[in-house]
Design a protein around this ligand. Sequence first.
Ligand code: CP
Ligand code: NVA
Length: 316
Amino acid sequence: MPSPQGRPPAEPRHFLDINEIDTAGLRRILALAVAEKARGQRRPLLAGKTLAMIFEIPSTRTRVSFEVAITQLGGHAVILDTAGSQLSRGETVADTARTLSRYVDIIMLRTVDHARTCEMAEYASVPVINGLSHQSHPCQLMADLMTFEEARGPIAGKVVTWTGDGNNMANSWIHAAGRLGFSLRIACPPELPPRAEDLQWAADQGADVSVTSDPRQAAAGADLIAADTWVSMGDDQSEHRHNLLAPYRVDRHLMACAKSTALFMHCLPAHRGEEVTSEVMDGPQSVVWEEAENRLHAQKGILLWCLAADGDGHDP
Ligand code: CP
Ligand code: NVA
């Protein structure tokens, strides 16, 4: 839609994947998140702005943190789930994108099928945020990076170990390693590797990303151990899958392979006793609740960056 001055509108600034944003952009989002957290007060930087959130699959943290974030920034959220919208009756993502773009300033989509997120971004004339797909979870990574740096300083040069399924979180960690200069060691069953395209992308960046089937080897000397559910949304539950992943559980023996200062992270929801023991999750090295809180601050950084509304009088 042309602007009143007849100029074509600027391309919307989507937040789809960490490897689609340059290092300066990621650093800007993190700085905004840290600044909003430190400020600790509400700022109407997004007054009058509306965020539409579409959930085709469940969420607790993403849904609540985005709604609270935009509310605290002076804006408003509208939430759609598939069953309650015409998406459930076959309206296309493209037509939904075109329609919502006439009402709202920014859209967030959570869906299993990453192609639907890409389609939303292609047809929306407002920014689109990937609120998780089976392929990646970039919003969570921004909170994780913030949480690590808050506790341990710059992540560049540090060693991060991912243990378990080579899932959407693993793929986003690979993207972050390619942009932010830390080493990433992935321990996963050979049957459940991360996406080959993402590993190739990281190799093309010259990133230090390795994959092994040995969790103890991957955890040796690490600064951070990260894990996630064995069965992501969209995966089939199976005993076979659980058997494959059992050796990758984070327990005190695996934590003991890492540095004594190592942190434990989990994006949540956790399945206690499966991918992590309660002893580790509730233990002194765990920062899972800080990580969950930082979803709120990171969402503010993402919203402000997408809407180029950092309040300091210049484009973030
Ligand atoms: N970590 C995360 O995305 O949590 P939800 O599924 O509850 O949003
Ligand atoms: N890998 C998990 C993350 C949940 C936040 C899933 O996709 O279900």
